[in-house]
Design a protein around this ligand. Structure first.
Ligand code: TRP
Length: 334
């Protein structure tokens, strides 16, 4: 709770490019929560440097992500959109929480094991304590809910454990957050391997529709999407490729599975793929137009970055000061 309103925190890394799965699975839903919750959406650039980044590229992508948040419909007056690295409280609380998190707990994190095996030449301490920084992100804003994908559930569990441990020593300092995982709504799969989720880290660009792909690219990627060979547009477990396309077509047009099956009865995959590509392209077009306008408006985006960074700092510092006092740091002299 913050100022008598329920609070929500979520973050995204700016590495990689946002794709259709990120939009339909996250951003699009975020927009609907802005009245019910006090919302904080962070560009988690401090998490990004747990793997090597090209500095200019990281900076550019962070700005692109924040701009895309707004283009996708998040009103920056209602939602606090900011950079993690602009709010030092994240790092400060993270240090404190490191001292309340066990090595054994971090050792069990499946994402760490996964990332460590992919970055054997750079298994740094930040990669290991990544979930503690994430706990700090969430707890600084006394978040009641944290919208995340399934893959982040374990990190939210850890956050709850660490917060509970801290509270049991020092009293009610942190709100214990709940993961907010949408049960309904499409799970967007890779266009090339439809049994795998569409992923930012996929090396094959044809597997994902990026939010800023142009219409021709979108249609081309759908034409190349992997499907089975029976040419029947029917949603079924044993037809993962075509089922994925039916679901994507459904969210882009608002049509149900049954309606779509009926609409394309007797037609082939070729027609359906083009129709899906066109539907997705026209769904993304307004976001792209808005993005292209916004990214040129340097003064406006700068003002959002500054104001929202200050707003985030205000709330974060409130929690941080409380924590510092609880653990016994000396009072600040004013
Ligand atoms: N680890 C998250 C991811 O990779 C991003 C993230 C960082 C996050 N801090 C967070 C998500 C806090 C939710 C809340 O998707």
């Amino acid at each position: 709770m913050l100022d008598g309103k329920k609070s929500l925190f979520s973050g995204m890394q700016s590495t990689g490019t946002l794709h259709l799965g990120n939009y339909l699975g996250a951003l699009k839903n975020w927009v609907t929560l802005e009245d019910e919750y006090q919302c904080f959406y962070c560009v988690v650039d401090m998490h990004s440097i747990t793997v090597r980044q090209e500095p200019a590229e990281l900076r550019r992508k962070a700005r692109a992500l924040l701009t895309l948040y707004i283009a996708a419909g998040l009103d920056p007056e209602k939602n606090c959109l900011y950079y993690q690295s602009h709010v030092p409280a994240h790092a400060e609380l993270s240090w404190i929480l490191n001292c309340y998190t066990y090595m054994g707990e971090l050792n069990r994190m499946t994402q760490f094991k996964d990332k460590a095996s992919k970055n054997e030449e750079n298994i740094n301490a930040g990669l290991f304590t990544y979930p503690v920084l994430m706990a700090a992100d969430i707890l600084l804003f006394q978040a009641d809910i944290v919208p995340v994908g399934d893959d982040q559930k374990q990190h939210i569990e850890l956050t709850r454990d660490v917060a509970g441990r801290f509270n049991s020593i020092y009293g009610d300092v942190f709100t214990i957050p709940e993961p907010y995982i949408k049960k309904t709504g499409a799970r967007i799969m890779s266009l090339q391997e439809p049994t795998k989720k569409m992923s930012k880290s996929d090396d094959n660009a044809n597997a994902s529709i990026y939010l800023l792909d142009d219409t021709d690219t979108i249609i081309r990627k759908f034409k190349r999407a992997v499907t089975d060979s029976d040419n029947e547009i029917r949603h079924s477990k044993d037809k993962p490729g075509i089922s994925n396309l039916i679901e994507i077509y459904g969210v882009a047009t608002g049509k149900s599975i049954e309606e779509t099956e009926k609409e394309f009865e007797g037609k082939g995959y070729g027609d359906f793929k083009i129709a899906t590509g066109e539907a997705v392209a026209s769904m993304l077009k307004p976001i792209q137009d808005r993005y292209n306008e916004l990214i040129k408006d340097k003064a406006y985006i700068d003002s959002i970055i500054k104001n929202n960074g200050e707003k985030a700092s205000y709330y974060a510092n409130k929690t941080l000061r409380k924590v510092q006092k609880k653990v016994g740091f000396p009072e600040r002299i004013r």
